[in-house]
Design a binder for this molecule. Structure first.
Ligand code: HGY
Ligand code: MN
Ligand code: MN
Ligand code: MN
Length: 418
């Protein structure tokens, strides 16, 4: 960035991508990994990083690294993701990336220079954090850390039948290179991810000002990430004609699915702290005048205690078998991904609190790349206030003042850790 250029604010950086991947039908943004929208955001990131004199490299898992200083062991790394859920908000992912770019500007303005007498700083962008296209969340960070078998990842298929290997190859990432990368990991001395809060913790912690921007605590330090997993139910029945099949002669998998979804809600509501969701269901073939022959539905279960998560899934599975039998159908269950509850590195968490006096510590029910990295490198998170508390929705919100403050908060933390 030339010295004459004004440092960018987070809100101006986000404003420059606010039209990328807008989803007119769903509202919000749909930026699946390796889609035109997400590739456009990757180009935006490269341009903004290079404008700041950062060296941008793509590693063998398709993770982007923008280096300030030499690619050294034990560097300080911050970053997030640019892919989104279908119809997602503007901040989930991009806020952390934009704040990291703007924090580089803040550090430069303070005369801080990474890599010269201090550790190098890298800004990273992880692919497929949402798992919206290939079904497994944090796919890029799982590959980097070896948390997923590389062959399993290569063979994951999207709805159009493209494999992750094919999409990687089409975007300059050799699929044969996918997999654990200890050399890249050795460069991460500490990882800090800034993210929009996906809940009301900061608002509820600060009832006086009701979370109005510029008051109270707009930032929190991450405490722990709830364990969570994804399972896929496949329910098979008898496809048939909607008009010529009497009700008594049906084996309708969608009717079984409806009972399963109600069982999910009841089972989770009966367990304190449990969250269970069926957000995606696929009747096959999916015609208005056709009794489905098969239904696939995906279950997302989360709880602070991994044993409770397992018990909830087991109970739902039992109820699904009863529901299927009631309707003359069969049902199978496959586990797709499972992440244990993760507590962030306590030493780093205390450092973050010391660098952001007054910031509360908040746990989160949302998964993050920082949660995957936490199993192998000291990791931490910062959450920026979200007045609606809503996420994975166009109603996700960050006030402009809080978005711009995110750069300062992150710069304070990075300067303190460099
Ligand atoms: O699903 C999650 O919790 C994250 O947003 N990928
Ligand atoms: Mn996210
Ligand atoms: Mn998300
Ligand atoms: Mn017909």
């Amino acid at each position: 960035m030339s010295s004459t250029e004004r440092p960018a604010t987070v809100s101006s950086l986000l404003g420059s991508i606010s039209d990328v991947g807008r989803d007119a039908a769903r509202g919000g943004y749909s930026r699946p990994v390796y889609s035109t929208a997400e590739l456009d955001l990757r180009s935006w990131f490269r341009d903004e990083a290079q404008r700041r004199g950062l060296e941008v490299r793509t590693d063998r898992n398709g993770v982007l690294w923008a280096w300030w200083g030499p690619e050294a062991q034990d560097s300080l790394v911050t970053g997030s993701h640019l892919d989104s859920v279908p119809g997602g908000g503007a901040f989930d992912g991009p806020l952390g990336v934009a704040a990291a770019l703007a924090a580089v500007d803040v550090l430069k303005a303070r005369g801080v220079t990474a890599g010269q007498g201090r550790r190098s700083l890298a800004v990273t962008v992880f692919p497929e954090e949402e798992g919206s296209r290939f079904g497994i969340a944090c796919l890029g960070s799982r590959l980097l850390t070896g948390a997923i078998d590389a062959d399993k990842a290569r063979n994951l298929k999207d709805a159009e039948g493209n494999s992750y290997a094919e999409l990687s190859a089409r975007n300059g990432v050799d699929p044969r290179g996918l997999g654990a990368d200890p050399e890249a990991l050795s460069r991460i001395g500490q990882f800090v991810e800034l993210h929009v809060e996906q809940g009301r913790g900061l608002i509820d912690a600060d009832p006086i000002s009701g979370g109005a921007a510029g008051t109270g605590f707009p930032v929190a330090v991450g405490g722990a990430i709830l364990g969570h997993g994804r399972w896929k139910f496949s329910i098979s029945g008898q496809g048939n004609h909607a008009g010529t099949t009497l009700m008594a002669d049906r084996a309708d998998p969608l009717v079984a699915a409806a009972q399963i979804i109600l069982a999910v809600q009841k089972t989770a509501a009966a367990r304190d702290g449990a969250r269970a969701t069926v957000g995606r269901i696929l009747p096959i073939p999916g015609g208005t005048n056709v009794i489905a022959s098969k239904v696939e539905l995906w279950l997302d279960v989360r709880h602070p205690d991994d044993a409770v998560t397992a018990a909830i899934v087991q109970k739902i599975h039992g109820q699904a078998q009863i529901a299927a039998a009631n309707e003359g159908c069969t049902v199978s269950l496959a586990e797709e991904s499972l992440s244990p509850t993760v507590g962030f590195d306590m030493g780093l968490q205390r450092r973050l609190q010391a660098l952001l006096p007054g910031a509360p510590v908040l746990d989160t029910g949302a998964g993050h790349d920082a949660g995957i990295l936490a199993s192998v490198v000291p990791s931490g998170m910062l959450f920026i206030r979200n007045p609606t508390g809503i996420s994975h929705s166009p109603q996700e919100q960050v006030e402009e003042a809080d978005a711009d403050y995110a750069a300062t908060a992150l710069a304070d933390v990075l300067e303190g850790l460099l």
